[in-house]
Design a protein around this ligand. Structure first.
Ligand SMILES: Cc1ncc(COP(=O)(O)O)c(C=O)c1O
Length: 481
């Protein structure tokens, strides 16, 4: 008889495991409840980094010790986006509800590639909800993905199919494809990356000039398309931004939709964080025209506050989307009954076959908070940005560098780029509040992106007070004169 070990990875002592698990849950809830008492971010000591250079363990350890390492050496040294003082880049804050849902999803360990299972129905329900939100037809398709970078990539591939057909999937791009796409000068780098990964190349991405509001200039767009057509090129996609990463500008979506329609070009909207502004009564009107998009890329993990990661791609022509990705394989045979029923599957709409249950934490977030409250949270981040603008405008040593369209504010302390860069580093190291930097018209800006639902006026006050005090102190030293 063949010997088998009978060994599994389940606990030998479930009671002890349960006690330890409850402790882990409590510790994490304590962390979230008391976030304000902690620094936003802190420098990583060398001995902490060294913990993660140890070799792979061969013998079993125990859960309590692993948890202890997490509490001591991981948790305090995360980037801090859950903290109310975090304003760097565009990161969502997460919620305890999302955290609990993520735990349930991990326990279920569902693989959302496809097949006949309710987890896939949950994802389809989310798709219907977002179709309603963006006034898309019920023939539209959509998919949870890691983030907007992946959603932009998928959209470029579907747009490519819309002009070249599925032949390009077999033969690759024709040597002289002549495809060209258009985006604003400050669109996110993932659009160019998508052109690169799609084999079209970044040089085929035209950077259209912006107006004073940092929105794509529709007249310049039209001229660029006409010029390219006259030169024998094939304009195939316009990638507009609904909330640019730098300043939160929304491109003129209705005008761009008209141009796309007139020239028969795919109209894509990168709405990484801005698209969910549709949940907010005062932001939704600013997004008018988004309903004309052929595809939208956005993240629930930004303004939607769903824990990382939860990106989404929405495509109006579901059939075209499917034809861009579906691939026959004997082991993915579909049936009308049994576990292999329920076709088409999510794996027919993107490159991932194994997929996590991102839909569950998003579903819980909407079930528990409701779309109206999430919308109010979004509105509030914009109100905080306007409050920050007001404080900047009334401080003589501060200068506003860009209009405040949504929730991002770019400003600086009067002085050099280096002074402002060092103020930002000092702020981050202080642990009080953490903005990041960007370049606006060649000048370094302190950039506060207010995305986190926990951020309040006192955090804005702390930012302004700290910038002024650091600017006053550092500015007096010889280094910055
Ligand atoms: C406008 C815009 N597009 C794309 C992205 C990339 O999104 P992700 O980080 O989810 O891939 C971002 C990220 O901040 C963004 O702001």
């Amino acid at each position: 008889m063949l010997e088998t070990s009978g060994e599994t990875l389940d606990p030998e002592d479930w009671r002890a495991f349960r006690l330890q698990s409850h402790q882990m849950l409590d510790d994490m809830l304590d962390y979230i409840e008391n976030l304000r008492e902690r620094p936003v971010w802190q420098k990583i000591p060398a001995d902490v980094r060294a913990v993660f250079q140890a070799p792979m363990p061969k013998a079993p350890g125990d859960l309590a010790s692993a948890h202890e390492i997490f509490m001591k050496d991981v948790l305090p040294y995360a980037i801090g986006n859950a903290h109310p003082g975090f304003m760097g880049w565009v990161h969502g804050g997460g919620t305890p509800v999302g955290m609990m849902a993520e735990m349930l999803a991990a326990g279920l360990n569902a693989n959302l590639g496809g097949r006949e299972q309710i987890p896939v129905e949950v994802e389809r329900q989310l798709l219907r909800w977002v179709c309603e939100l963006f006034a898309f037809p019920d023939t539209a398709s959509g998919l949870f993905v890691t983030g907007t970078s992946m959603a932009n990539f998928i959209s470029v591939l579907v747009a490519r199919t819309s002009v070249l057909g599925t032949a390009a999937r077999e033969k690759g791009l024709p040597a002289e494809h002549r495809l060209v796409a258009y985006t604003s000068a400050s669109s996110h780098v993932s659009i160019a990356q998508a052109m690169d990964m799609a084999g079209i190349g970044t040089l085929a991405l035209r950077r259209i000039a912006q107006n004073e509001q940092y929105q794509m200039d529709a007249t310049a767009l039209e001229m660029a398309i006409e010029q390219d057509k006259a030169a024998g090129l094939r304009p195939f996609m316009i990638a507009a931004s609904a909330g640019t990463v730098d300043v939160g500008a929304i491109d003129p979506l209705n005008e761009i939709a008209d141009i796309a329609k007139r020239f028969g070009i795919w109209f894509h909207v990168d709405g990484a964080y801005g698209a969910l502004g549709m949940l907010s009564v005062d932001i939704a009107p600013l997004l008018a025209g988004i309903e004309h998009a052929d595809s939208i890329a956005f993240d629930f993990h930004k303004w939607g506050q769903v824990p990382y990661d939860a990106g989404f791609v929405l495509v109006k022509d579901g059939e075209l989307h499917r034809s861009t990705f579906s691939s026959p394989a004997a082991y993915l045979q579909r049936e009308t009954r049994g576990m292999a029923a329920g076709s088409p599957w999510p794996c027919d709409f993107g490159p991932d076959l194994s997929r996590s249950f991102k839909a569950l934490k998003t579903w819980f977030t909407l079930q528990v908070y409701g779309s109206e409250k999430l919308g109010r949270i979004i509105s509030n981040t914009c109100a905080l940005a306007r409050y920050l603008r007001q404080r900047i405008e009334t401080a003589s040593m501060l200068e506003l560098l860009a209009p405040v369209a949504l929730n991002i504010v770019c400003f600086r302390y009067l002085g050099s780029d280096k002074l402002n860069a060092d103020i930002v580093v000092a702020l981050q190291e202080s642990g009080i509040v953490a903005p990041s930097t960007t370049m606006i018209k060649g000048r370094l800006a302190i950039r506060a992106a207010i995305v986190n639902h926990r951020t309040q006026r006192r955090d804005i006050d702390a930012l302004i007070d700290a910038v002024i005090s650091l600017g006053d102190t550092l500015g007096k030293t010889d280094e910055y004169k």
